[in-house]
Write a protein that binds this ligand. Sequence first.
Ligand SMILES: N[C@@H](CCC(=O)N[C@@H](CS)C(=O)NCC(=O)O)C(=O)O
Length: 206
Amino acid sequence: MADVRIFGPVISTYVRIVEVVSHEAGLDHEVIPTAAHSDQNRHPFGKVPVVEVDGLELYETVSIARYLDNRHNGGALQSNDPVMQAGMDRWISVADSYLFPLFEHGLVMPFVMHRYAGQPLDEDRIARNLPNIAKSLEFLDLEIAKDGAWTGGFTLADIWLYVILRGVELTPHGAAGIAQCEHLKAWIAFTAMQPSIQATRWESEG
Ligand SMILES: N[C@@H](CCC(=O)N[C@@H](CS)C(=O)NCC(=O)O)C(=O)O
């Protein structure tokens, strides 16, 4: 049995975040395919992932990631400096509260439903959300250009933002939007080389 048992879909942003952190911590991990809101899913709000590790059952990715990093990785993915820590927490919160919901519902899911469930592409929904998506990408680009934003070393914030943005980049509209953001694009390309990112590539990434 793997050290970390991750219950969730094989292709999922938050499942991959846990996979990357597990890899960073040198823990072997397996994904047990479990659909959100299914009877098998033990998350009280129906979300994924739920994780079993060290005899514990954990949910909420930030809590899982911090536990794995603190207990098994000497906290290497988090700065000890309170100012840097506040910055990292801010970016994770921005990613969870604003970026993921916007990107997921406005762009990524319409393509997932089209590509994997054979549904017609919901062009209207994408068109409605594209202006805000473009604005968010531009904001991230400007923040990196201004002061590096979350990019001071490889931390949980990098993992959150990379995995979320990678899903966006795998759509044609997202790829076109990111291509216009010079600094963000360079950061994505650089972060993609991290061994834990390489080791957890989605099948759709080729
Ligand atoms: N707050 C949750 C969010 C996890 C989340 O949104 N997961 C997505 C999949 S990547 C999900 O469960 N989607 C199904 C839904 O929202 O109904 C966490 O941090 O673990």
